[in-house]
Write a protein that binds this ligand. Structure first.
Ligand SMILES: Cc1cc2nc3c(=O)[nH]c(=O)nc-3n(C[C@H](O)[C@H](O)[C@H](O)COP(=O)(O)OP(=O)(O)OC[C@H]3O[C@@H](n4cnc5c(N)ncnc54)[C@H](O)[C@@H]3O)c2cc1C
Length: 462
């Protein structure tokens, strides 16, 4: 069992007691069994209890609430959905794409509404997101995102291009060539949200069993290391850890995203950086980086680049890669040279759940009673809320517009057997890295080799 405070800067800065809740003690019967106490499991329990307070709900968690990505992420509560608009269109329609995107816009506000109603101090600030172009090769790509949104009918009030001077009004970033801006994103403290949700659902009468590992999920039955839970409805909310479950090795691949955080920075540094509100930020490179200004005045910056491990293995050691942390520090100091003299106080990481087609889904099979939501890749902070509401309508057979959104019932194909997964994913990471390096050195876009690779193996930039 890992010490809760050691898994991320966020868990380290949560207030109050983090001692474990008691595990399951023998066999039980409930109405709904949920496996996983991250946002997906907790939002689902929350909305189920709102809809029907009499439901007996048990959540089974292998470690503690917030142990997974929900206690470790970048805290972007965004309207981003993992599958592209084009991909969603292929499985639905133009209306489906627009409805899905509008549902995501509304979800950011729904998260804010609930945390206010429930008094969860998740340090939510909706200031929007800036995606900078920090190399000439990135300009077309970032502007292209704005054009693409316009082609679906989204307005400048949803996303627009800011020239370098306009962008600098919101944040100074070294080498900025402009940025896209969308207001549809909030920065929040991820661990305060997940721990606050856990306390909230407990108050509503949900029982949360920690230190209880599900070994197998079957219709109407979850077998754990502490006993059997029988329930007519079972929800799998295990995301990056899914491959560890019996029979699920090729469902979702765990890809690691790693983060660093500075010590709280003094006001004069913030003035120099000009990052006044808590806009989340990223740039247009292929191998994603993302950052937020935390409520206690740190920069928390994350990125991909950690290798995928053969056989979808998960291990606490994979969360700590000195080479990736060094690269994140290089990026931090390069974007904001004023941070160079300040300590990095925390380094951590965690697994994302990645479906083969990069398409998040939510589903319920009434015949077996098995439900599932996940495959968020790096966009789960708000999408999990939409998942919780959608699962509630599915489980309780309530007619709603949410059930017509294109991700409902979507089935991703399984990942290839090894060694193909290992070769494909790690090759892609190296190609994105080298494309970014070439763009920095040459000053020109090198989308060709990335496009070729994406077409060849069907991946999206990681
Ligand atoms: C470093 C990092 C940065 C990220 N940044 C962002 C961001 O800025 N914005 C964004 O939108 N998304 C981000 N994400 C993704 C986001 O955090 C996830 O999509 C989201 O938290 C998923 O929530 P979840 O509840 O589905 O999964 P998790 O939070 O991973 O929860 C799954 C839970 O299930 C438990 N579990 C698994 N298997 C079992 C089992 N067999 N028995 C019992 N319990 C089990 C795990 O212990 C875990 O607690 C990031 C992720 C990482 C790792």
């Amino acid at each position: 069992m890992q010490d809760p405070r050691s898994i991320s800067m966020w868990m380290d800065t949560v207030e109050g007691d983090l001692s474990l809740r008691p595990p399951l003690d023998g066999d039980i019967d409930v109405d709904v069994a949920i496996v996983g106490a991250g946002y997906t499991g907790l939002w689902t329990a929350y909305y189920l209890k709102q809809a029907d307070p009499s439901l007996r709900i048990a959540i089974l968690e292998q470690q503690f609430a917030g142990f997974g990505a929900s206690g470790r992420n970048g805290g972007w509560c965004s309207a981003l959905f993992a599958a592209s608009h084009d991909k969603i269109a292929k499985t639905s329609s133009r209306e489906g794409v627009v409805a899905m995107q509008r549902a995501m816009f509304a979800t950011v506000d729904e998260v804010e509404r609930v945390i206010e109603v429930e008094g969860i101090d998740a340090q939510f600030e909706k200031a929007g997101t800036l995606i900078f172009a920090t190399a000439p090769g990135q300009v077309e790509r970032v502007r292209g995102e704005v054009k693409e949104a316009r082609s679906w009918g989204f307005e400048p009030s949803d996303i627009r291009w800011l020239d370098p001077a306009e962008a600098a009004q919101l944040m100074s970033v070294n080498g900025s060539l402009g940025a896209s801006y969308t207001p549809h994103c909030a920065a929040l403290h991820p661990a305060r949200l997940v721990r606050g949700l856990a306390e909230t659902v407990e108050k509503l009468g949900v029982t949360l069993y920690e230190n209880t590992t599900a070994k197998a999920i079957e219709p109407r039955k979850v077998t754990t290391d502490r006993g059997i839970v029988r329930a007519p409805m079972v929800v799998r909310a295990t995301e990056g850890y899914t491959a560890q479950l019996e029979g699920m090795r090729r469902q979702l691949v765990p890809l690691y995203s790693l983060m660093i955080a500075t010590e709280p920075l003094p006001e004069d540094v913030w003035n120099e950086i000009g990052w006044r509100r808590r806009h989340t930020m990223a740039d247009g490179r292929h191998l994603l980086i993302y950052a937020q200004r935390t409520a206690d005045g740190r920069i928390a910056l994350g990125g991909r680049g950690a290798p995928y491990h053969f056989g979808s293995r998960i291990d606490a050691d994979f969360e700590r890669r000195p080479d990736v942390f060094a690269e994140l520090k290089r990026v931090l100091h390069n974007l904001w040279p004023a941070t160079r003299d300040f300590a990095i106080t925390h380094e951590w990481g965690g697994p994302l759940g990645v479906p083969r087609d990069w398409y998040t889904s939510v589903d319920f099979d009434r015949a077996t009673g098995l439900a599932y939501a996940g495959g968020y890749v790096g966009d789960g902070v708000s999408t999990t809320n939409l998942a919780g509401r959608t699962l509630t309508d599915l489980l309780l057979a309530r007619e709603s517009d949410l059930l017509r959104l294109p991700w409902v019932g979507h089935r991703s194909s399984k990942w290839e057997p090894e060694p193909l997964r290992w070769i494909g994913i790690n090759l892609a990471t190296r190609v994105y890295e080298s494309a970014d390096r070439a763009e920095r050195n040459k000053g020109e876009p090198v989308d060709g080799r990335v496009d070729f690779l994406n077409r060849l193996i069907g991946l999206k930039n990681i």
